[in-house]
Design a protein around this ligand. Structure first.
Ligand SMILES: [Mg+2]
Length: 382
């Protein structure tokens, strides 16, 4: 069984935990310091009550609620918290994986008391960080993620074989992760309105209407998944990070800033395991492009976040000059090999020394003490 943890209004909750004055108040975390010219990264639940949510221009948010509190994003702090949560989750003795910066998954095997476990995890997060999480448990990732959203915030929902039909019948199909605004009306035309309607469709039917994606969707809905072991002596096959905005954004600086940050995170994980990658994969999801995924294999392996970022940009540039409207994105690397530290070119050597120095500073003074300015997402105005 898979247990999916989704932090509640993650960035805003951290800010409220750090600064008690912000507790209980409508708050937005902005991607840049100028509060009238930024995009909402996260809205606190008090702000969500006004209909304010991520991806909204801050100007619009202030119009709706002039008393709104504002804090510019402190990404290093959020990433640090995320990594701490990840480390503590390992203490529960199950395989743990990142689903995104604020989402984690545990393979809880056939734990007979999943609700108790979920409550212990919520308590651990609350006690250590003064923030809350919602948890969903089901036989696979897709259903566990869906379950985590049912009783948000601070919710726990368990989808079992017994209640599966009852629960899925109440959830519109567009709430399922991966079903975009393009696919949802398409489904509705076929009479698929709820998640249960979709769940009841046979594999051949979904394959007929959606091709390979349909078959994958069927498998994601029905399979009993196991989390692949993360930390074995053997090297992993691929490494990646992804992030989902709660609303699509067309702000190029915002999108590129996030891709840069994800690339840096991937690069850092590669270096931690003394690995380098030859294949770089970019995944984007948005209302106009649906699911876009493309990869490219290069001759020289890399573990440098900036190089990974540049390569992801090249992958997109081959498709279009302009960045599309983006709802979610992911950067991953495969074709991994052990890093060889002998660079003959002077420039390459200098760059490697720089990256190593950054890693040394971060490991001594705390994670994400320094990181590229571009990753602050503060470059462009919306
Ligand atoms: Mg969340």
């Amino acid at each position: 069984m898979i247990l999916h943890i989704d932090m509640d209004a993650f960035f805003a909750s951290i800010e409220q935990a750090i600064n008690p004055k912000l507790k209980g108040r409508p708050l937005i975390v902005g991607s840049r310091a100028n509060k009238l010219y930024t995009v909402v990264c996260t809205a606190s639940y008090e702000a969500k009550a006004y209909g304010i949510d991520s991806g909204m221009p801050s100007k619009e948010a202030f119009k709706i609620c002039p008393d709104l509190c504002f804090v510019p994003a402190q990404q290093s702090c959020y990433i640090w918290t995320s990594e701490q949560i990840f480390q503590l989750l390992k203490g529960f003795g199950y395989e743990v994986a990142y689903a995104s910066i604020d989402e984690f998954q545990l393979d809880i095997l056939d734990n007979p008391e999943p609700r108790n476990l979920a409550q212990s995890i919520q308590k651990m997060i609350q006690e250590n960080f003064k923030i809350t999480a919602s948890i969903g448990i089901a036989k696979n990732y897709l259903l566990a993620k869906l379950a985590s959203r049912i009783n948000k915030p601070k919710g726990i929902a368990i989808i079992t074989e017994e209640n599966l039909e009852f629960i899925l019948a109440q959830i519109p199909v567009n709430k399922l992760c991966g079903i975009g605004p393009k696919t949802a009306p398409f489904f509705e035309n076929l009479g698929i309105e709820t998640c249960l309607d979709l769940y009841r469709k046979e594999a051949w039917f979904l394959e007929q209407i959606l091709g390979k994606n349909g078959l994958n969707l069927y498998l994601s809905l029905h399979s009993n998944e196991r989390l692949a072991p993360q930390e074995t002596e053997e090297k992993p096959k691929s490494l990646g990070h992804s992030y989902t905005f709660s609303r699509a954004s067309q702000n190029t600086g915002f999108i590129q800033g996030w891709i840069r940050l994800l690339s840096e995170m991937v690069g850092r994980r590669l270096r931690e395991q003394n690995l380098a990658a030859r294949t770089i994969h970019l995944w984007l999801n948005g209302p106009e492009i649906g699911n876009f995924g493309q990869q490219k294999t290069y001759k020289e392996p890399t573990s440098d976040g900036y190089e990974i970022y540049q390569k992801t940009c090249q992958i997109w540039a081959k498709n279009s000059k302009k960045w599309p409207k983006v709802r979610a994105m992911g950067v991953s690397c495969s074709n991994l090999s052990r890093q060889n530290n002998l660079s003959l070119l002077k420039e390459v050597k200098r760059r490697e020394d720089l990256v190593k120095a950054v890693d040394r500073i971060n490991s001594r003074l705390g994670d994400w003490t320094i990181y590229p300015a571009a990753a602050t997402m503060a470059k462009n105005q919306p």
